[in-house]
Design a protein. Sequence first.
Length: 591
Amino acid sequence: MLPSTPPMTPRLVYDGDCGFCRYTVDYARAVTGDAVEYVPYQTVANQYHDRSEADFAASIWYFASGTTANGADAAFRTLAVGGRGGWLWAYRLVPGFAWLSEQLYAWVSHHRELCLQIARPLFGRELRPARFDVTADVVYRGIAAAALMALGSLWLQAEALIGDNGVLPASEFLEAVHVTFESGSYWTVPTVLWFGMSFHWVFAFGALCALVGLAGKLRTGAALGAYVCYLSIVGVGQTFTAYQWDMFLVECLFAAAILGRSPAVGVWVLRLLAFRFLFLSGAVKLLSGDPVWGDFTALEYHFETQPLPTLLAPFAHHLPSSALTFAVAATFAIELVLPFLIFGPRKLRAAAAWAFIAFEVLILVTGNYNFFNLLTIVVCLSLLDDRFFRVERAPKPRVRRIGAQSLAAVVIMLGLCQTAAAFVRFPNPAELVQPLRIVNRYGLFAVMTTERRELVIEGSMDGDDWLEYEFPFKPGDLDRAPGWATPHQPRLDWQMWFAALTRPEYAPWIYNLVFRLLDAEPAVLDWIDDPFNGKRPRFVRILSYRYEFTGTTAVGANSDDSGRWWTRSDRQLWLPQMVRRVPRVTHEPLE
C-alpha cells in the first residue's frame, strides 16, 4: 500500500461519477495541460489512508509537494498552476473572499446536478477556456478600418475646417493656446503639430498606421501611431472634432495597442469600454429628467430631428406610436440591462452582443453617424470568443505580458472611476489623464430634440435677391430626399445642426464660416454648393426654419403627392446680414 505522501506532479482528485465534476475538470485540464494530473478518486482513494471515500465524494482534493487543499482552495491552486493565479491571490489576500468562496463551493457541491443543468445552456456542452486569438484579430482589424475611415473623411475636409483659410485655422488655435497656457500648452493640447509639421503629414502617417494595422502587421506600434495621429488632429479640430465618436475612436485605438500585445487582456479592456459606453448612454437618458424619455415618446421625434437622417428615417418616423413606444422600451433594456450580461456566462454574453449589434444596425440605417455605429459593432464583437467564429487556432504558449497587463489594469480602473463619476462626485483620477483621451465620458441623446430647426444660409449681391447655399447632406432643398453619408462625416453639415439649437453668440465659429463665404474661399466652397459660382457675394445672412417630414408612406411616394420630402415653416432671422466691405478711394494720394 502506498503512503499518502502526494506525488511531485500536482494531482487533483475528483469524483469520477459526478457529471458536473467531469464538466469542470475538463476546463481545468485545458488550462493546466500536463502540469496537473487529474484522477478520479474511485481509482486512487486507497492511496490516501487519511482520507475517506466520503471526503473525496464531498469535495475535490489538490495534492502537491508539501501541500494539501480541498474545496475552493484546491480549485484556485489548480488554476494557478495553469497561469490563472488571480483567484488564488484573492483567496489569500482579499478579506472575506476565502470564506465566500468556500460557502459557494459547499452549496454547489450539494447541488451538482442542478448546476450542471444550468451550466450547459449558459456555457455550452463542453466547458473550455475561452480563447481570443481570432476575436482579437477581427476586432483589431475592425478598429484599424474605422480609423482609416475616420482619418480619410476628416483629411478630405481638413483644409475647409482647420486649414489656414478654413473656418477654424489650427495654427491660430495653437497660438491662442500657447498664449493662454504657456508651458502647460503641450499637455493641455497634446498634438505633434506643436513641432511645426503640416497636419497633412499627420493624416498621412495616421492613415499609413491604420493600413498597417488593417494588414495585421506591427500591431502595437501601428495602433499607437494611429492613436497619436488621431489624438493630434482631435486636439486642434476644436468644435469640429468634439464629438463622442472621436473620443471613442481615440480610446479604441489605445485599447487596440493593448489588444495587439495581449489579446485576452485587450478583449477585457474593450468589454469594459462597451459596458461603459452602452450603460452610460442609457443612464444619461434617465438622469437628464427629459420628459419625452420619461413618457416613452422620444422616438416619435428622434428620426425627424436627428442631425442627418437617411432615406429610411421618414418611414421610421411614421411608424405607429405603439411601435415607437416599444422601441423606446427596447432601447432602455438594451442600454441599461443587457450591458450587465457582458460579465455573465458566454452564451448570455453572446446574446447581448447580437442584441447590441442589431441595435447599432437599426441606428445605422436610419441615421448618418459616420463610422460610429460600425466601430461600436466592432467593439461589441469583443464579447464573443473564438468558438463563435467557428475558427480556433492552435493554442500558443502563454507569455506573460506584464506591461500590457499593468497598463490594462490602469485603464480599467480609470474607466470604472469614469463610470462612477456619472452618479457620484469624488476626486476622479481619470481627470488627471483627460488630455490623453484614454478614458472618456459617454452618453448619447440625453435630451431629445423635439423640433427640427434648420439653418439656411443665403447670399446676395444687392441685398434684394437672395440665393441659398446648399449643403451636400443636411436638409435644405425640400425636394431632396435624405441622403447616405456613412462612413463619411460631413462635419460642416453636422455643426450646422448643433448651431440651429442655439444662438450665434454661442456658436461663434459660424461668423468665421460667413466670412469665408463672403470671401468665396475655395477650400470652404468645396463642401457647399455655391449659388454664385465662385463670385463673392456682398451680403450673407442666416435664416432659421422649422423642418418636418412630409407624410411619407412608402419608398418614393409622399402622401401629399407634392414630391417633397420636407416642409418648412416659421421663418426667423437667425443671423442678420453681414456685409463684405469694399474698399473705396475717397481722395487722391497725398503728397
